[in-house]
Design a protein around this ligand. Structure first.
Ligand code: 5AD
Length: 355
């Protein structure tokens, strides 16, 4: 065994024991690692997940209800400046129909996601959440609708929303500035995350792997932020360029690094709800299975109506458009069965280890 490998295994063991690493250790680990380090981390991560969740995977049905967005994130296909995109917005009735269909498939969490669309103001969303919770009192509702005022988050929580996903995108303010337009503020994003957590949401942060200008140094800051913030959920997927964005010619992120980071997140916060993301499944047809084997315990199939899926194009070739057409519950069950896992019919809340 060479010295670097020994050092990395030592770092991974130390992370497992202490549930944190010093900054230089994170940077060193993320600067030079190989497949055997990744396999080492995956084995520990998978064991930690299995102790808590057994071989059951939580599924969340995601409804992408509007692709209208006031923001202009440089990486994102639904950015305001993209004129080549037909915009859509589902009505409440359409959203509720998607959730009813999802309930029949066995989903017990619905994720409502959209761009930052002023035509779905917090009051309107709160009314929608109340109706959805009244229709399906045994289900959890996750919102992912971007940055709002604290009072609005509070209103949505009181309306019954259980969880909120807001990726921090990068824990380095200078990196953040290079991924976004001047009006978007890293400080405000962090404020939103803290508000969400204080209000009582099971809160999810996260980032893209291989976004332009990302370095081992910025990734180390992401891992340190996660250590300190202690999210209930972490969304990590590879960056995938979109042809109608300023990052059209940037390379995609690495599947292997994404898998390594998933394992490191599982080791860092063993209870965390960790999805094998759509972006991972887009870059690699078996990416989601690989994500599960790296320690992920959540999969979020798309429940959006077929005719709008192609328009919620955050990045090119988003798999949801075709592959997810077939991800009915039974297909997903079959895919998971092949790797020794099953779909769990449960809300799957953070901190409730139900195995
Ligand atoms: N590649 C991968 N992920 C992306 N997202 C947005 N654009 C891209 C892209 N080009 C992610 C962001 C955002 C989430 C909804 O989707 O991290 O928070």
């Amino acid at each position: 065994m060479n010295a670097r490998k020994r050092q990395n295994e030592f770092r991974i063991d130390r992370l497992n024991e202490e549930k944190r690493l010093p900054h230089e250790e994170w940077t060193a680990l993320l600067s030079a690692w190989d497949d055997s380090d990744r396999a080492y981390a995956a084995e520990i991560a998978r064991a930690l997940a299995n102790v808590r969740f057994g071989h059951g995977i939580f599924v969340r049905g995601i409804v992408e209800f509007s692709n209208v967005c006031r923001n202009d994130c440089l990486y994102c296909g639904i950015r305001k400046s993209n004129r080549n995109l037909e915009r859509y917005r589902l009505s409440e009735a359409e959203i509720l129909d998607c959730c009813d269909a999802g309930y029949e498939y066995g989903f017990r969490t619905f994720v409502l996601q959209s761009g930052e669309d002023a035509s779905y103001p917090p009051e309107r969303l709160a009314a929608l959440v109340r109706t959805l919770k009244a229709n399906h009192p045994d289900c959890a509702v996750t919102l992912s609708v971007g940055e709002l005022e604290r009072a609005d988050y509070q209103m949505l929580f009181e309306a019954g929303a259980d969880r909120y996903l807001l990726r921090h995108e990068t824990a380095d303010p200078e990196h953040y500035a290079r991924l976004h337009m001047p009006g978007q503020s890293w400080e405000r994003r962090m404020r939103c995350l803290r508000d969400l957590k204080e209000i009582g949401f099971q809160t999810g942060c996260g980032f893209m792997v291989g976004s332009p200008y990302q370095t081992p140094e910025t990734l180390a800051k992401d891992m340190e932020f996660i250590t300190e913030f202690r999210p209930a959920m972490i969304g990590i997927g590879p960056f995938i360029p979109h042809c109608d964005t300023p990052f059209a010619n940037e390379p995609a992120g690495s599947v292997e690094l994404t898998l390594f980071l998933l394992s490191l997140c599982r080791i860092l916060i063993p209870d965390v709800l960790l999805p094998a993301t759509t972006a991972l499944g887009t870059l690699d047809p078996t990416g989601r299975e690989k994500g599960v084997l790296a320690g992920a315990n959540v999969i979020m199939p798309n429940l959006s109506p077929m005719q709008v899926r192609a328009k919620y194009m955050l990045y090119n070739n988003k798999t949801a458009v075709d592959v997810d057409t077939h991800i009915t519950r039974s297909d997903l069950q079959e895919r998971l069965r092949k790797i020794g896992y099953t779909v769990k019919v449960a809300r799957g809340d953070y901190g409730e280890t139900s195995c």
